[in-house]
Design a protein around this ligand. Structure first.
Ligand SMILES: Cc1cc2nc3c(=O)[nH]c(=O)nc-3n(C[C@H](O)[C@H](O)[C@H](O)COP(=O)(O)OP(=O)(O)OC[C@H]3O[C@@H](n4cnc5c(N)ncnc54)[C@H](O)[C@@H]3O)c2cc1C
Length: 410
């Protein structure tokens, strides 16, 4: 380890490794540190990701693909199933990954591009000078090191401290964190072609249960809850009830707990000499909890802007605004929309969800476009869609639809 680099990336998840790879492959001197001794382990993820999106950044490798699915099946509280093609299924559906291998592969790509990777190395504070972040304090094998750099990248996940240390408010307010629990279950019959989602206030109030296949006989079965449960109810109880009924003979071989930022975008993700990326920047999708793809996408943007800043000898927050503008224009827009949908979803009764599922009954959702889906929901559920009106402001091109109509609903 040297005492100075161009950039130091804290955290070797998808966000950190992508940033490190992008920056190192463009000639920067990069150090990426990871507090755990093994990258990607333990996994805190259902491991679903949209394959078309991910292919823009990573070449698929069978070593980290557990299953390739065709789409998703969403079960309404009354059991009615809506089947959707991959395109409509969001950022979580396409590949079910083997993240222990995937995260390590991304870190190896960063290393191959020239980044130095150090595991069992934890950032415990920031170095600052004249209002600028100028490096980190790192703990490695019982020793403390001051390591300097031009830009620190905070890619330290949901538990991020880097932003807070730099004076950025990354607080997740109550209700903004999705609490998750997941089993890896084996010896069960699952359809390897579909990710399944189960909705209903009895099953998973303010959230959903997922079944993501990892082959024919194995699946990640988990629950994510965004709101507050009554005192006598826990996520463990809810998931156990579901598993007992659905997979009575299944064998649980892994258990994980974890949180996903489902709070929407935060006010600022850059400061002088500092960029936040991935879950540390609260860039996961508030509705689905999917964060892998956004982390990779934002990591790529962060790496490119860091290169520009260092080449221009300007790492001020003003210069780094380019990253802020870019990710907000792309990822941020999707997050804002998802947050509106999530907040509306949280108010739905089981009857509302059943009505929505009914309205989609005769549609072929394997081939329909997103706008076609929106139109069907619009026609049948005007009241339910009232809160989504801000989304429609941008949609003007569906033939025969008078979007002003939605403004006239009582
Ligand atoms: C139960 C669960 C299910 C999920 N399912 C999905 C899914 O199916 N699809 C999907 O897209 N997303 C899913 N997510 C979200 C997804 O896992 C995250 O959005 C994604 O991992 C974020 O990537 P990241 O690189 O920002 O953070 P992380 O992957 O969390 O990586 C951050 C890294 O930083 C390290 N670190 C933290 N602090 C320090 C420090 N001080 N010094 C050094 N290293 C540090 C951590 O050890 C970690 O390795 C799920 C999350 C949970 C909890």
């Amino acid at each position: 380890m040297k005492d100075r680099y161009d950039i130091i990336v804290v955290g070797a998840g998808p966000a950190g490794s992508t940033t490190a790879k992008t920056a190192a492959s463009r000639g920067l001197d990069v150090l990426m540190i990871e507090k755990r001794q093994q990258i990607g382990d333990p996994v805190r993820c259902a491991e679903g990701v949209n394959k078309e999106y991910i292919r823009n950044f990573v070449r698929p490798d069978p070593a980290w693909i557990s299953a390739e699915v065709k789409g998703s099946r969403i079960y309404a509280p009354n059991g009615k199933m809506v089947e959707m093609g991959e395109e409509l299924s969001g950022v979580e559906v396409g590949y079910v990954l083997e993240r222990k291998v995937f995260d390590r592969a991304l870190a190896m790509e960063a290393a191959h591009a020239g980044a130095q990777v150090m595991v069992k190395t934890r950032a415990s504070g920031l170095l600052t000078n004249n209002g600028y972040v100028t490096g980190i304090i790192a703990q490695h094998m019982g020793k403390s090191y001051d390591i300097k750099c031009d830009i620190v990248i905070g890619a330290d996940g949901v538990e991020s401290k880097i932003g807070r240390w730099a004076g950025i408010d990354t607080t997740i307010k109550p209700g903004g964190l999705c609490s998750c629990m997941q089993y890896l279950i084996t010896d069960i019959d699952v359809d390897p072609d579909f990710c399944e989602f189960y909705l209903g206030n009895g099953i998973a109030p303010t959230g959903y249960i997922w079944v993501f296949p990892k082959g024919k006989n194995e699946a990640n079965v988990g629950i994510g809850i965004s709101g507050f449960l009554p005192k006598n109810q826990t996520v463990n109880d809810l998931l156990d009830d579901f598993v007992k009924k659905k997979y009575p003979k299944g064998k649980i071989i892994e258990l994980i707990y974890g949180g996903v930022p489902a709070c929407g975008t935060i006010e600022r993700t850059v400061s002088n000499g500092l960029i936040l990326v991935g879950d540390a920047a609260r860039q996961s999708d508030p509705l689905t909890g999917g964060g892998i793809f956004n982390s990779i996408w934002a990591g790529d943007m962060a790496g490119k802007v860091a290169v520009k800043a260092i080449k221009s000898s300007d790492v001020s927050a003003e210069f780094l605004q380019e990253y802020e503008r870019k990710w907000r224009a792309e990822i941020g827009k999707n997050i804002d929309t998802s947050l509106i949908v999530k907040n509306r979803f949280l108010t739905l009764s089981d009857d509302d969800m059943n009505t929505l599922a009914d309205s989609l009954e005769n549609m072929d959702l394997k081939t329909v476009s997103l706008l076609g889906l929106v139109w069907t929901l619009f026609k049948t559920n005007k009241k339910l869609l009232w809160d989504l009106r801000s989304i429609f402001k941008d949609i003007k091109e569906i033939k025969g639809v008078d979007f002003d109509d939605i403004e006239n609903i009582d």
